[in-house]
Design a protein around this ligand. Sequence first.
Ligand code: SAH
Length: 234
Amino acid sequence: MKGKIIGVSLGPGEPELITLKALKALNAADIVYCPATRSGDGTVKSRALDILSQLPVDVEKVRSFHVPMSRNREEALNAYEGVCAEILRQAESGKTVAVTAEGDACFYSSANYMYEKLEQNGFPVEMIAGVPAFIAAGASVGLHVVKQRERLVVVPGDVLVEELLEAVVAKRTLVIMKVPLGEAVLRPFIARHPELQYHYFEQVGTPHEYYTVSSEAILSRVFTYFSVLVIQPA
Ligand code: SAH
């Protein structure tokens, strides 16, 4: 009897923002895989594990795997390959395996590579939806991110000045994720466009949460990876 692989979304950080379906899947699973990053100096961090450890889930069945934080994508892919082979072995032996991802697992998730790989190896992965960070960010301060007929563009960090200007002209709302990746473009843009509204969020739903609408505060901030910038038209 073959087992099952489930892609489980954990939500953006606040443990209560996991869905009931995801929590049930974690409890039903035999093994729960959880991504962690290891930076150059050996420090291991895992947002997924931070969330999992605050949930009523048996920690004994959680296995974190380390993905190197390197510009060399090859190293990360090797790490994913290794863990995928292990997951496939578990599933083939009849186990139910949960593979977690923060926020929504189908929205700019690095786990996507693994889900694809597992599928390619003949194991369909059932996905469970979650709350993406930018949605939680809006709700955390009562910000209606888009309303009525407004349009939304989501940019994963590597923003171009042309697309910012295009959005301004078209009066679109922008959600910039992975803010540090776009800072060379974003900082001068924010300084040049005081007429727009900026909402900058960090670490939403965690004890390190930070929010500001002040351009000066944003410009003097050292951006962190877990940040979202919402730019609304004037
Ligand atoms: N799957 C995730 C996105 C992963 S990409 C989702 O659905 O939200 C990682 C990016 O998500 C970060 O660079 C940041 O822009 C955003 N992010 C994730 N968690 C966050 C949090 N708690 N607070 C602010 N931004 C967060």
